[in-house]
Design a protein around this ligand. Structure first.
Ligand code: ADP
Ligand code: MG
Length: 260
């Protein structure tokens, strides 16, 4: 166990007062000769929203995939609510049920209705009865303004609606943490706001979120903290607004100059 002698935040933002929702230490991942994650340390407090920014290829998606074990890390440790999820003897499906993930491409099942897309995980992973799954699914769909679309096929929906269905599907599983990987990057510009508004409301509701995004203004307004990844490492992290307005590192300054 880590011991903490002060209430000052350490380098990964941990106050030591509560077990983090997510804790990553020394995470390494390589694809062949390419070392994609080179020792990532990151804590996410319960209820915190973190935005992960960084140039293409810096390892952001790989980090998210490691967090819900879509990719096995090569070394290092990941804990969810204090519980180790890396190493041997871990039920990866059980972990994935605790970590919701929303991708750039919505990955909805095209042959199923919206409702069936949302109930599938509840029925097959959480063993809900059909009735209980439909009640839980409708509650999420209504919450995101999608109730009237429950019996449509995804291809009848706009991209923004489809992405909101993907969010409802993840939320229906009652995850401890939600991961978003460029959830608005594939959307037409006029549809981006709807999805960002849902994410903003979710952050405000106290969900723990790790959001990979190119939307710097969203990060500035919604994130508690930004994490800047560079070449497989966390190169800078800090409270969103001051870090984005006044970066400490030249690398983050350069990155922001390029994207803003
Ligand atoms: P980001 O999301 O920051 O753009 P990624 O995590 O997707 O970065 O990728 C980091 C690097 O790892 C890139 O160079 C990418 O080409 C490589 N990479 C990602 N996934 C794979 C894979 N499955 N096999 C081989 N290389 C990969
Ligand atoms: Mg990516």
């Amino acid at each position: 166990m880590r011991t903490q002698t002060t209430t000052e935040k350490d380098s990964v933002g941990n106050t030591g007062e509560e077990v983090p929702a997510v804790s990553v230490r020394g995470l390494h991942k390589r694809y062949g000769a390419l070392e994609v994650l080179r020792g990532v340390d990151l804590d996410v407090a319960k209820g915190e929203t973190i935005c992960v920014i960084g140039r293409s290829g810096s390892g952001k998606s790989t980090l998210l995939k490691c967090l819900n074990l879509l990719e096995p890390p090569d070394a290092g440790e990941i804990r969810l609510g204090g519980e180790r999820i890396t190493g041997s003897g871990v039920d990866a499906d059980a972990v994935r049920a605790r970590v919701g993930m929303v991708f750039q491409h919505f990955n909805l099942f095209p042959h199923m209705t919206v409702l069936r897309n949302v109930t599938a995980g509840l029925r097959h992973v959480r063993s809900f009865t059909r009735q209980a799954a439909e009640a839980a699914a409708m509650a999420q769909l209504d919450r995101l303004g999608l109730g009237p679309l429950a019996h449509q096929r995804p291809n009848r929906l706009s991209g923004g609606q489809q992405q909101r269905v993907a969010i409802a599907r993840a939320l229906a599983m009652e995850p401890e943490v939600m991961l978003f990987d460029e959830a608005t990057s594939a959307l037409d510009p006029e549809l981006v706001k709807d999805v960002l508004d849902v994410m903003r409301a979710l952050a405000g509701s106290g969900m723990t979120m790790v959001v990979v995004t190119h939307e710097i203004s969203f990060a500035r307004e919604v994130a508690d903290r930004v994490v800047f990844m560079d070449e497989g490492l966390v190169a800078e992290t800090g409270p969103a607004r001051p870090t984005l307005e006044n970066p400490r590192t030249a690398r983050l300054r350069e990155f922001l100059a390029r994207v803003l």
